[in-house]
Design a protein around this ligand. Structure first.
Ligand code: S3P
Length: 172
């Protein structure tokens, strides 16, 4: 079994790149957030609203382990916070796991997230300046966990196709 795991901050492109990578490699793709939503029968926003973040992190951990334990080859797109809770980062170097940190600058993340925050409960209600400062600090705090990935690909100023081809090189 082979698990190709894509991780990185919200807005770094995990889902888009995982889908394209899945097509290019012919390995099925799963999005951890979508798996959580299906299991809970609620959206991520609803889980945060109704049950709180701690409940979400517990569910995220359980479903992440389930995906890792399945016998299928899979491309897995994590949630932005997945590696940062419940010791999930320890699985990024596990047997059969190829983990790739999609590294984006604060500017790249801010410019993408400013138009795409409504489905992300951690930033949904933030004003622009507050969000920029939040991203900067949060990314700094989370980098320790993201850097446990086996590989790192910088995504700034790259097309999705270029990022996918960089990952394919790593996999070759
Ligand atoms: C989160 C990122 C989200 C989702 C949840 C929490 C985070 O996933 O898991 O809103 O803590 O960074 P995306 O990175 O796909 O937006």
């Amino acid at each position: 079994m082979k698990k190709i795991i894509l991780l990185g901050y919200m807005g770094c492109g995990k889902s888009t790149i995982a889908q394209k990578l899945s097509k290019a490699t012919n390995i099925p793709y799963l999005d951890l957030d979508k798996c959580i939503e299906e299991k809970a029968n609620l959206t991520i926003n609803e889980i945060f609203e109704l049950h709180g973040e701690i409940y979400f992190r517990k569910l995220e951990h359980e479903i992440f382990l389930e995906l890792l334990q399945s016998s299928d080859d899979t491309v897995i797109g994590l949630g932005g916070g997945t590696p940062c809770y419940a010791n999930n980062h320890e699985f990024l170097k596990g047997e059969g796991v190829i983990s790739v940190y999609l590294k984006a600058s604060i500017d790249t993340l801010y410019n993408r997230l400013i138009h795409n925050k409504s489905k992300r409960p951690l930033i949904a209600n933030m004003e622009e300046q507050e969000m920029r400062e939040f991203i900067a600090k949060h990314l700094f705090d989370r980098s320790f966990y993201y850097n446990h990935a086996l590989h790192k690909v910088v995504v700034d100023n790259k097309t999705v196709e270029k990022t996918v081809s960089d990952i394919l090189e790593i996999l070759a």
